[in-house]
Structure formats: C-alpha cells, structure tokens
Design a protein around this ligand. Sequence first.
Ligand SMILES: C[S@@+](CC[C@H](N)C(=O)[O-])C[C@H]1O[C@@H](n2cnc3c(N)ncnc32)[C@H](O)[C@@H]1O
Length: 199
Amino acid sequence: MARVSTVEFWEGLYAGGGDGWELGGPAPPLVDFVTTTPPPQGRVAVPGCGRGHDARFLAAQGYDVTAIDFSTAALTAARALARRDKVSVTFEQRDLFTLPQSHARAFDGVWEYTCYCAIDPRRRREYVDVLRVIVRPGGWLLGCFFPLRAQTAGPPFKVSMSEIRRMLAPAFRIERAFPPLRSVRGRQGREWMVLARRT
Ligand SMILES: C[S@@+](CC[C@H](N)C(=O)[O-])C[C@H]1O[C@@H](n2cnc3c(N)ncnc32)[C@H](O)[C@@H]1O
C-alpha cells in the first residue's frame, strides 16, 4: 500500500507540523457558495475533514454533518473545536474507503475539499465510487478541486478539470462548474468548484 494511504503517514504530518493545508477556518469557496446558493438541507458527509472547519461551518448553517477522518490528531482537535463553538457534528474516525459498508445512501450531500487530492491518485476512481454509494440518488456533491497546477510531487496530487469530469461521470452529473471568486493565498487560480447531482 502506498504510504499516503496509511494513517501513520497523516499522523506524522500532523505531529511534525507538516499540515500546510490548515486554513484555521472554513474554505472561502464553501462559505461563498453556501451563503449565496445553499444546497438543500439534510445529511452531509465531509470526508477527510481534518480539524473540521468546513464541517463546523456546515453544521452552523443547519446541515446534519458527519465528518470522517482516520487521524487521531485531526479528530481530537476537530472534536474540541466543535465543543468550543457549541456546534453539533458527528465525527467518525475511520478509513473513508470503508464507508460503503455502513453508509450506503446515508447522505443527501457531500462536501469534498482537499480529500480527493490527498489520496493516492490511483484510488481516485475508488474514492468517487465511495461517494456514489454513500450519497442517495438525487443527492448533491459540492466539491472544490485543488490543485489545478502542482507545486510539489504530492500530496496534494494535482487535479485537472477533464479528469474530474471523467471521474464523476456517470455517477454524478455536473450542474455548475466555475473557478471560485475567493481562494486563500496560494490557491488562487488553482481551484475549481463543482456542483453535481447523483444520478
Ligand atoms: C490534506 S488534509 C485536508 C483536511 C481538510 N479537508 C482541510 O481542508 O483542512 C487530508 C485529510 O484527509 C485525511 N485522510 C486521508 N486519507 C484518508 C482516508 N483513507 N480515510 C480517512 N481520512 C483520510 C487525512 O488524515 C487528512 O486529515
């Protein structure tokens, strides 16, 4: 198994200050989208949630959020932050690739951010299949895909619009796709926002 697929790899990054993805708050493209054109309320999965900033934001907006990560360091912090903010999020510490076993059609929607680019690129099709299984037909996938251009060998592993279109079809039909207006420094021009419908 590739090292990036192991929990030890990610615990090592958290322990050694290698968490360069940490924003300290919800991702601006998510905030902008949900505050202007919110997807329907319901049960939402946040795979690879890290410290849970996006999960807490979605919960504060009224969504019933389940956030998944296999790192103890990430989820310990995420739980403490949710307590601090008095928001209710269900955290599940597990390998997200096991979700289909227990969560088939369990969600009305999913928020994808920096999980797709974090996993072994050879597992992307498997990852999209996890999303297909856990989101009910007619449900939504909101994703902000990053990085459109790579600066390192990865993770994050680079993404492309054509590859994402190919990966999502036919399980998800893209309804909107656009570059977000607001990205954090270093991610401007390298992100692609997608709203897709589970077919
Ligand atoms: C690049 S970080 C992004 C975290 C968060 N989405 C953010 O934007 O702050 C990727 C996260 O995915 C988690 N992760 C990677 N592979 C996973 C897997 N197979 N199952 C569960 N979590 C995983 C890592 O532990 C890490 O917290």
